[in-house]
Design a protein. Structure first.
Length: 101
């Protein structure tokens, strides 16, 4: 099992966002926000515990689109997708709506 680390270089281009959406179960607005967070972090582990074949195919697609990523050994046993935390939280208001804190 391997991890896939993606780099923030050119991560917000339309072609790269299209590739990211093949593994992230989110809409275009959300994947753009995730890409912006990855760009800020510069390096981010996007996939953990995936097979080397799956990771290589994803990296090839990402690099063809202009992105940059690499394989790393994994300690994770279960395949998973990671999402960056922007370290901002939301809160529930008195009307029961989720709002920015």
């Amino acid at each position: 099992m391997v991890d896939v680390k993606v780099y923030g270089d050119n991560i917000t281009s339309v072609k790269v966002l299209r590739v990211l959406r093949t593994v992230l179960p989110v809409d275009l607005k959300q994947v753009t926000a995730i890409a912006n967070d990855i760009e800020t972090a510069q390096v981010f582990t996007l996939l953990q515990g995936v097979s080397e074949a799956y990771a290589t195919a994803f990296i090839n697609e990402l690099e063809e689109a202009g992105g940059k990523a690499k394989l790393c050994s994994s300690v994770c046993e279960e395949p998973s997708v990671c999402m960056p935390l922007s370290e901002s939280r939301r809160r529930w208001n008195k009307l029961g709506m989720l709002v920015d804190a």
